[in-house]
Ligand binder design. Sequence first.
Ligand code: 5GP
Length: 207
Amino acid sequence: METLTDRKGTLFVLTGPSGVGKGTVLSAFFDKYGRDGFFFSVSATTRAPREGEVEGVNYYYKTHEEFQKMVDNNEFLEHATFCENRYGTPAAPVDKELENGKNVILEIEVEGGLNVMKIRPDATFIFVAPPSFDELERRIRGRNTETEEVIAQRLQKARWELSKMGEYDYIVVNREVDKACDQLRAIVDAEGLKTSNNQKFIKEVQR
Ligand code: 5GP
């Protein structure tokens, strides 16, 4: 992360339709650039784990009752229902890591991103877009983990999600993962160099 001085971390919200490859771009990003200086927020969900997913790494898997209790206790920064399952970002780790100067990355769906815009307008909002709608459909089907009914639901939802793209700060088209991952790096670096994120440095150098 390019930065001029010690400062509070930046909150990055990475969103985009299900199946566009947000997770793939992010893991390529961490493989290429390392996790130093970053904190990836692990969400809670009522969805059942997919094969190979691990509790506490991919998600915290909750029953509907447990999830509702977290909502009632105000434990979420944001939460949303996506294709009949609930997903939420635990607030406490996000605030703690930002305070520690880490760049915090949320990988969430579009509605959750719009909700974060209302409460954290200073965050950086990135929309990962597919090269085309047909390509998105191919990717969702290619994952082979969902029933036809779920696929249809996700495609319908994706149309609405794509309609919200213009509200985000940046668009990264995931045509090639490596290129998308470099574009994400460029955004992170540019945010780190913003004057608004470097007030301490400005004061020091103007003394
Ligand atoms: P999946 O079931 O494919 O893992 O996730 C479905 C959608 O929920 C994806 O677009 C994913 O980014 C999103 N998602 C994951 N965690 C959260 C969260 O904490 N909040 C919100 N709003 N969406 C989430």
